[in-house]
Design a protein around this ligand. Structure first.
Ligand SMILES: NC(=O)c1ccc[n+]([C@@H]2O[C@H](COP(=O)([O-])OP(=O)(O)OC[C@H]3O[C@@H](n4cnc5c(N)ncnc54)[C@H](OP(=O)(O)O)[C@@H]3O)[C@@H](O)[C@H]2O)c1
Length: 328
């Protein structure tokens, strides 16, 4: 009986493995020569690199930039072909989105708008009690509502092409830790939106992918640099009784040193974005962390909460924080 059970389990495992292997196969959609892609947040970072890469492949690129007269947008124009058009696109602005849509419709190539890459975003770090409601609001306005606003506007065009919607999230959408609450709220919300959209769009043959980069702080401009003093000066007297100024400095140093340990270039993310855009079988999620971190990040969402939370108590930073709370 036990032998039969073992053989059965082995069979199921083999079947899953074969299904996984086959699900990776599939062809490629040729985007050059007739399709367009809109990318938000192309002034720098992932958006900028993706815009250049698609331009080199002959795709018509609508590169949304927060500041079209800025150095990033100008360098994009000077280093790209005429197929790339910079559009002023602040994703928090209804007017910018409306004007960008009109510009895309006026300049649509023959095969239409294949995809929107919702990439624009900001990050910040602070404990919840060091933050104001405004800090949360501005994060969510850009990272979440910006993507929702852009999606609602452009979905009819992408649907017409039976194309792709891509969302740049983060491992912080599922990884809960100190200092990242506002960012996590925005990215977890973004993933909820993208997951629901994937279900709704399936009947229109529009595919939706989520990109989850890990630590690429050195490769882009995403890092928000601030000192412990910057945070301390914003605290009210009640919080100053609880948190320790020295700890703020330590937290700032720790944050900066952790980010400096990340990937040096954007290749892993850009290749995943290109796969999401061009594969006939794009993945719903692309987790982009080092091979050594992959097992942990794959496992983390499935851990019972009590186990997941206790992982953090292993970090010396958590112990130091506890010792320093309330201390003068
Ligand atoms: N780098 C990482 O380690 C990492 C990890 C996980 C997820 N991500 C995500 O990746 C995406 C791209 O970030 P990145 O790392 O490439 O950072 P980045 O270099 O700072 O690029 C972000 C882009 O978004 C633009 N932007 C900011 N606010 C905007 C707004 N209101 N409307 C339109 N565009 C706006 C920025 O313009 P300005 O430069 O003019 O401000 C910039 O072009 C973000 O969604 C971020 O959350 C990054």
């Amino acid at each position: 009986m036990n032998g039969l059970l073992f053989v059965g389990l082995l069979g199921v495992l083999l079947l899953l493995l074969v299904l996984k292997l086959f699900s990776r196969r599939g062809g490629h959609v040729q985007l050059g020569g007739g399709f367009a892609v809109l990318i938000t947040g192309c002034d720098c970072g992932f958006g900028h690199h993706l815009a250049r890469s698609l331009d080199q492949q002959g795709v018509v690129v609508f590169a949304g930039c927060l500041n079209p007269d800025g150095a990033g947008a100008q360098s994009l124009v000077s280093r790209s072909s005429r197929n790339l058009k910079v559009l002023k696109l602040d994703v928090t602005s209804d007017e910018d989105v409306r004007k960008a849509k009109a510009a895309v419709q006026e300049n649509l190539p023959q095969k239409g708008l294949w995809a929107v890459v919702n990439n624009a975003g900001i990050s910040d770090w602070a404990e919840i009690e060091w933050s104001s409601i405004e800090d949360f609001r501005s994060m969510v306005d850009i990272n979440l509502f910006g993507a929702i606003r852009t999606s609602i506007a452009f979905l009819p065009l992408v649907r017409a092409a039976k194309g792709r919607m891509v969302y740049v999230s983060s491992v912080f959408a599922f990884f809960n830790c100190l200092n990242m609450a506002a960012y996590s709220v925005s990215k977890r919300g973004l993933e909820a939106f993208a997951d629901c959209l994937r279900v709704e769009m399936a009947s229109f043959d529009v595919k939706v992918s989520i990109i989850q980069p890990g630590n690429f702080g050195r490769a882009t401009n995403i890092l928000k640099m601030k000192s412990g003093l910057d945070i301390w000066e914003k605290l009210d007297s009640e919080r100053k009784q609880t948190f320790n100024q020295q700890y703020m400095e330590l937290a700032s140093d720790y944050f900066i040193s952790t980010c400096r340990a990340g990937f040096k270039d954007t290749d892993l993310v850009i290749n995943a974005m290109l796969h999401a855009l061009t594969s006939t079988r794009p993945k719903p999620r692309y987790l982009l962390v080092s091979m050594t971190d992959m097992f942990f990040f794959k496992l983390f969402p499935f851990l019972p909460t009590v186990v997941a939370d206790s992982v953090f108590s292993l970090s010396s930073m958590y112990a130091t924080r506890k010792e320093m709370l309330y201390a003068r």
